[in-house]
Design a protein around this ligand. Sequence first.
Ligand code: HEC
Length: 140
Amino acid sequence: MTTNLWKTLVLLAVPAGVAGVAACTRPADTVSGREIYQDYCAACHGDSGKGDGPAAAGLAKKPADLTGISARNGGQFPLVKVMSTIDGYTRREDRGSKMPEMGPFLQEGPVVMVDTGQGVSTPTPERLVALAEYLRSLQK
Ligand code: HEC
């Protein structure tokens, strides 16, 4: 079930990815984290981010409630960790995770420098940053 769902998501994601390439020609500040969320995440995590998307019922593991990330993290939004989870870096360390690697869908377009701690700036796809900032705005 999970595999079939994932195949379906990939098929759905391909046209969206092509649209994303066209979107690169727009000025950077029009990259919408909300739109990216609706395209790639809402199916599992739900429109509101609470983990109640239409595809959630078919998953063995319930998608996380994305409105409670800060609450689960002592009141701080862990931007770098969130980006790492979305990208798939965290998943490569935690094989049990059911959260798909979304990095490949977010790479097209410009990169921006993000302070990832200890004074280190890391080039990060702008779409990934916009998406993580959108999740920050959903925190309760
Ligand atoms: C196929 C369903 C699915 C899709 C699509 C999906 N996720 Fe997830 N996500 C999950 C599941 C299930 C978890 C629960 C944790 C696990 O299994 O590791 C999760 C966990 C997460 C977490 C960790 C939350 C925490 O506090 O632990 C974040 C952040 C996240 N997803 C963001 C996203 C974003 C952003 C997108 C869109 C780019 C997305 N997810 C797309 C299923 C999905």
